[in-house]
Design a binder for this molecule. Structure first.
Ligand code: ADP
Ligand code: MG
Ligand code: ZN
Length: 525
């Protein structure tokens, strides 16, 4: 980017700067119990403070116990992001006072995170990007503050159900350069977390929280500028908008001769602007020290092998396989892998019918299937493919090819799509009618063959049937026949139309044209 001295338009304030962004993601791990006690993490919809015990309430005299599954999920994440896994780690106390923190400290990992030095690669509209990941560590969540009005008074209530829930924090190096890269990084991380079963990672209900550290520096300079932490973004779109907004805000400050203050700002989605939340604490304020109530944690190599052995195919590997082994475009591969329902349908259909061309299956999945599932509200609009603004629907990751073709509206089974594509390949269904059948199957779950029969959509390719219809039409259309013989090419189109009409649109148009030509040219001679 070149410096434009004096350019002061609000939309281009940032033109002379380079943005530097580091991202911190907190995600709620998919465990049955809390991080250091046996309380259930399934408290959604439960009465406040019904999922608590002396440990997660921080009562005196209790001792924490480490949740093995939570450790396992962070290790799996570490493997998935190609990180170094610590053979031995320990826990640290992060001290601060807040009503949502009953112990007065949070147990976290400061000096020795479970995973360090990883990376995540993904595509953006400007090409592929790899972001280095500094660390992934385990910690515990805080309670939830509820600000309410009670008997005419404004009160703040504390619900400890969330207190002590296992959280993983994943922190990048300051490698991100644009708001789009930040959104794509968060989307890709969520895809990985879901693929390995580490987290449900729903942004709207706080299972995945994205915070961005944003600073600017003059283009070409090495030294980092002062950063601002932006939080409270509850969708991927908000992540991108908040960061873009913050880049512009800082550029305005700098261009006006001011300086950026290190602070925490919140994103106000309604106003589409960030606002000051607080001046940032420094690390010293937390008085980190090793947690005396927990022993160091040693990770047995055999356990690591076991975790590595059960990792599924990761999104990046799957995209590469779709491109390289199946010949899909980078775009189709990204769109399919970004959506679990699409992935399931694509994989399942190919498993069902190995004879079908992957590209043809991909076209139906990225085209008709995603169009209908997005329009039908089968899932919340969330992730998107690089360079696209279209939201992707979410569908549960259920079984693949082996599952029975049960009739469920709003879903397409691999068996149904395979059956449909076979009819098209065999010339029994026209492309246009296939879309109609697909939509009807999507809406009702009714079997493809039954829809084709009920709607009379089976294409007539039988040469005798077509020849009979052609003969009838030729006999009834002497003027058009004469025109054709006089060299008027359009006459053929008219005759094809007549045969299609006579067969109620069911004749194979290509076969009809061939039969007509053959008859006309033969009788002419
Ligand atoms: P904290 O202790 O506040 O969490 P860290 O040093 O751990 O701060 O960094 C948090 C995140 O901020 C990391 O993702 C890091 O890459 C990023 N970061 C650090 N300095 C800057 C900067 N000057 N500009 C942008 N991002 C930064
Ligand atoms: Mg931090
Ligand atoms: Zn508890």
């Amino acid at each position: 980017m070149s410096a434009v001295p004096g350019a002061a338009g609000t939309r281009h304030e940032a033109a002379r700067y380079e943005a530097v962004i580091g991202i911190e993601v907190h995600c709620k791990l998919r465990t049955a119990s809390k991080m250091f006690c046996a309380c259930s993490t399934a408290y959604d919809g439960a009465a406040p403070n019904s999922h608590t015990c002396p440990v997660c309430l921080g009562l005196p005299g209790v001792l924490p116990t480490i949740n093995r599954r939570a450790v396992q999920l962070v290790l799996a994440t570490g493997l998935a992001i190609d990180a170094e896994l610590a053979p031995t780690t320990r826990w640290d106390r992060k001290n601060y006072f807040y009503p949502d923190l009953p112990k007065g400290y949070q147990i976290s990992q400061y000096q020795l995170p479970l995973a360090a030095d990883g990376r995540l690669a993904f595509d953006t509209s400007e090409g592929p990007v790899t972001i280095r990941i500094r660390r992934a560590h385990l910690e515990e969540d805080t309670a939830r503050l509820v600000h309410a009005e009670l008997g005419g008074r404004r009160v703040s209530l504390v619900d400890f159900n969330r207190a002590g829930v296992p959280l993983m924090e994943v922190v990048t190096e300051p490698d991100v350069r644009t708001a789009e890269q930040a959104r794509r990084y968060a989307e890709e991380l969520r895809l990985v977390l879901r693929a390995i079963g580490a987290s449900d990672a729903e942004m709207e209900n706080g299972q995945l929280r994205v915070e961005a550290n944003v600073s600017l520096r003059p283009a070409g300079r090495e030294e980092l500028g002062t950063r601002v932490e932006v939080k409270n973004m509850n969708s991927f779109r908000a992540v991108e908008r908040a960061i873009a907004h913050e880049i512009e805000r800082q550029a305005e400050v700098l261009n006006a001769g001011g300086s950026v203050h290190q602070e925490t700002r919140g994103w106000d989605d309604a106003r589409q602007a960030t606002y000051l939340m607080r001046i940032k604490e420094s690390e010293d304020d937390y008085r980190y020290f090793p947690e005396p109530d927990l022993p160091p944690l040693r990770v047995a190599p055999a356990w690591l092998d076991e975790i590595g052995g059960t990792l599924p195919e990761l999104p990046g590997t799957r995209r590469a396989r779709y491109r390289e082994a199946l010949g899909l475009s980078a775009y189709d591969a990204a769109v399919i892998v970004a959506d679990p329902g699409a992935t399931e349908l694509f994989e399942g259909t190919l498993a069902e019918a190995a004879d079908l061309a992957p590209k043809a299956v991909a076209n139906w999945v990225t085209g008709e299937y995603l169009r209908l599932s997005r329009a039908g509200g089968a899932g919340a609009p969330e992730a998107s493919a690089p360079g696209s603004t279209a939201p992707a629907a979410r569908a549960p990751l259920a079984g693949h090819a082996g599952q029975p073709a049960t009739a469920i509206a709003g879903r397409v089974t691999p068996a149904a799509l395979a059956a449909l594509l076979r009819l098209v390949a065999d010339g029994q269904l026209s492309g246009t009618n296939a879309k109609e059948v697909f939509a009807a199957h999507f809406a009702s779950g009714q079997a493809v063959a039954a829809i084709v029969e009920a709607r009379g959509l089976r294409q007539i390719s039988d040469a005798d049937v077509i020849a009979a219809a052609v003969d009838r039409v030729l006999a009834a259309s002497p003027a058009a026949v004469a025109d054709y013989r006089a060299g008027k090419a359009q006459a053929l189109g008219f005759l094809v139309g007549q045969v299609m009409k006579a067969t109620r649109g069911q004749a194979n148009a290509g076969a009809v044209q061939g039969a007509l030509r053959e008859r006309l040219d033969r009788t002419e001679a």
